[in-house]
Design a protein around this ligand. Structure first.
Ligand code: KPL
Length: 326
């Protein structure tokens, strides 16, 4: 079968998660092509390899540059006409998706078999990817892996987590078997705690709520995740965001669990020392994912004829903090 010939996993995006997945997959012997936004970063990675540090700053893993295939996205069309992508892990931030999709057009004829695994915070991106690659099979994933970039080719793996992957589409069994063989098994061999979820939609909405409650508050107050629990007024605001979010889910018939509130508190405890990704973006003065997290909840509320005022205010506050594009 043609599909079995392509054993390569194409990782798009060399941010913290992109480097973590590319580094560990490569170190375990999987064939990976890593795609960067800039030529400069591709050159640094090719020269220095990928380094993963543990929380104490010790080297947990290093893959030398000569063992890695890395290229800038600008080379996508040229290189894909030789070896078309079969399994793509999309690891860019939400905000970069439009730009990336502009660069990676599907290569005619091969598009049908392409599997795309999306690991973004928030919602809204799956629809955009499906529009750009109408025939591809799109998998959604949510992860609690914690990683922070320290340079163009170095990350700190702040905390191991679980990655759940699921497919929202009904596709032929053969494609899913290929996914298990070419992606899932390789991730397991690389040491990731990963599972195939039959309830990925629920996982996506659970993660959306976690991010919608924790991220904007940490960004506005400039506090670490654990510090949200240190003042009753902060917990009160978290609860307001949570309740509004649940009302929106109910209006849309989205299944939720009362245990999610406790899970949010647990995430704050288990990632107590971390900066949320939104706080990290605000501190770096780069574009945040607030529009695809709180913004999406506000839009969902509007579609249901209601409002989500606390999410809306935070969305506006954080959009107003954006100081430079990038
Ligand atoms: O996913 C996260 C993020 O920062 O985006 C959480 C779970 C809040 C951990 O920091």
């Amino acid at each position: 079968m043609e599909a079995r010939r392509y054993k390569v996993i194409d990782i798009i995006g060399a941010g913290s998660l992109g480097l973590l997945f590319a580094g560990r997959l490569s170190a375990s012997g999987a064939a990976v092509r890593l795609w960067t936004r800039t030529l400069e970063q591709a050159r640094v990675i090719a020269r220095e390899g990928i380094t993963v540090l543990d929380k104490e700053g010790q080297v947990a893993l290093h893959v030398s540059g000569d063992k890695l295939k890395v290229a800038p996205l600008a080379d996508w069309q040229r290189l894909n006409s030789q070896t078309p992508a079969r399994w793509i892990m999309f690891l860019t931030k939400q905000g970069a998706i439009g730009e990336v999709l502009g660069q990676i057009q599907p290569v005619a004829q091969t598009e049908r078999d392409t599997g795309i695994i999306c690991l973004q915070n928030g919602i809204g991106h799956i629809e955009r990817i499906r529009q750009a690659w109408p025939k591809a099979v799109v998998y959604s994933a949510v992860t609690t892996e914690g990683a922070k970039r320290q340079g163009a080719a170095t990350i700190v793996h702040a905390g191991a987590g679980l990655t759940e992957i699921g497919c929202l589409e009904d596709r032929e069994e053969e494609h899913h078997n290929d996914f298990k063989q070419c992606v899932l098994n390789r991730l397991l061999v690389a040491g990731f705690d990963v599972c195939l979820s039959k309830e990925i939609e629920k996982g996506i909405y659970r993660k959306l709520l976690i991010n919608a409650v924790i991220n904007p508050l940490t960004a506005v107050w400039r506090v670490r995740n654990g510090e949200l629990l240190s003042e009753p007024v902060r917990i009160h605001m978290m609860r307001k965001l949570y309740d509004e979010g649940i009302q929106v889910y109910e209006a849309h018939g989205i299944r939720w669990e009362s245990a999610w509130w406790d899970q949010i508190m647990d995430v704050c405890r288990s990632t107590a020392e971390n900066h949320s990704s939104m706080l990290a973006d605000v501190l770096a003065q780069s574009m945040t994912e607030v529009a695809s997290i709180n913004g999406q909840l506000v839009q969902m509320a509007k579609r249901a004829g209601m409002s989500a005022p606390t999410h809306e205010v935070l969305w506006q506050l954080i959009e107003g903090m954006r100081l430079k594009e990038g």
